[in-house]
Design a protein around this ligand. Structure first.
Ligand SMILES: Cc1ncc(COP(=O)(O)O)c(C=O)c1O
Length: 395
């Protein structure tokens, strides 16, 4: 059962200082600037952008992205797609594999529902079984009287991550032929996402990794076209490498998601000069609740922010005392703050400490709501409460 929305709603119009801690806070001005930068970047490079909504899990933000020019959104899970569709998002790509018959039945039902709304659903495949199961589910949904629909299907190729996807080349082409055998499936193209390349720290390493991806895509595309298979769209890219895919001419669509909130791990990448200057927009507001001689303790532990990509960074908003602090793991509900230089000043009891999470996606998934603020973290006010609609939607 989600906690009631009402107490948080009462914060709207109040200063940021009124937000109780720990809380996930979204700087809406920074988010809006990131959106504008992405829209401008995609326009300049003549590519579509279909941001990954697995990051924010919010129908309101997905709609905002589409208003800003995104052609639709990606999700990773069937349940995320269902929840966003119920929230008015009608162009959704499940950039992932689904093979369980019960889930495929839900995918097919959603494809028909979205078709009735003049929207569309797309999905990735990497196995013959997946293709057959999807076709059977689509046929069953149609037989049960739903509005006729086709589902767009991307053949996923493994371009270096070693996760899902068939090998580039002949195997991918054979799978594409398999998709074409079914009337309820439309071959939409290729998914080529290299997750491991996103966090290679140097821009040169990332460029080299994506050069290999582009070679795989081009070779597979050439083989497909030689056999009469149209590749309408090549989709992929994350926040770390999007400049490479966009400039390659081999990609039609960018899936990057984290650019909107920008976490500490992405900020640790050397910035490619061509990359838009995305700002941090997601923060955990915490409060110092204990002070010792050589450390302070804040009330945000790893139930407030994910630590799979490292500890949060302490953020000093404009006007905040210039304390150089590092955050250390204090467990579920505690964060240990130490002075960056031995003997340096610590925050006082009751002080606010702002944290930039190491990894935005799993951090958002820990919260029911994000508190959206405008006018800055130091002197702004609460503008709206953003529900994390698809929190925990893991199936
Ligand atoms: C298939 C796929 N596409 C795109 C992304 C988006 O990447 P990012 O949020 O790092 O920009 C991810 C992230 O894990 C992904 O798995």
């Amino acid at each position: 059962m989600k906690p009631p929305h009402e107490p948080l709603k009462k914060l709207v119009g109040h200063p940021v200082s009124a937000i109780d801690t720990p809380a996930l806070v979204l700087d809406l001005d920074a988010m809006q600037r990131n959106l504008g930068r992405m829209a401008e970047f995609a326009r300049k490079h003549e590519v579509r952008w279909r941001p990954h909504a697995k990051m924010h899990k919010s129908a309101a933000i997905a709609r905002l992205q589409m208003q800003a020019g995104a052609c639709g959104v990606c999700v990773q899970k069937t349940a995320e797609a269902e929840i966003l569709a119920a929230g008015g998002v009608h162009d959704i790509y499940i950039s992932n594999q689904v093979v369980a018959p019960a889930k495929l039945a839900r995918v097919a039902a959603l494809a028909h529902l979205l078709a009735a709304e003049r929207g569309q659903l797309a999905i990735a495949v990497d196995s013959g079984e997946g293709v057959t199961g999807l076709a059977q589910a689509m046929n069953a949904a149609r037989a049960s009287g739903a509005t006729p629909a086709v589902i767009a299907v991307f053949v996923e190729i493994d371009v270096g991550q070693g996760r899902c996807g068939v090998a580039p080349g002949a195997i991918a082409v054979a799978l594409a032929h398999e998709v074409r055998r079914h009337a309820a499936l439309r071959l939409a193209g290729l998914q080529a996402y290299h997750g491991k390349a996103q966090h290679l720290r140097s821009a040169r390493e990332r460029r080299e990794a994506i050069a290999g991806v582009v070679r795989d895509v081009q070779a597979t595309r050439a083989l497909m076209e030689a056999q009469g298979l149209k590749v309408e769209c090549v989709t992929g890219a994350g926040t770390g490498t999007l400049v490479c895919e966009a400039a390659s001419g081999a990609f039609n669509e960018l899936q990057a998601g984290s650019f909107l909130f920008m976490d500490a791990d992405y900020a640790a990448n050397e910035r490619d000069p061509a990359q838009p200057n995305f700002e941090h927009a997601l923060f955990v507001k915490s409060q110092v609740m204990s002070v010792a001689a050589d450390h302070a303790v804040c009330d945000a532990g790893h139930k407030s922010h994910a630590i799979d990509s490292g500890m949060p960074r302490v953020h000093l908003p404009e006007g905040a005392p210039r304390l150089a602090l590092t955050y250390h793991n204090g467990g579920d509900e505690h964060g240990i703050l130490r002075a960056a230089e031995p003997g340096g000043p610590l925050p006082r009891l009751g002080d606010t400490v702002w944290l930039i999470p190491g990894h935005c996606d799993p951090t958002v998934n820990l919260h029911d709501f994000m508190v959206g603020v405008r006018g800055g973290l130091a002197h702004g006010q609460v503008d709206r409460i953003v529900r994390v609609d698809a929190r925990g939607a893991a199936s």
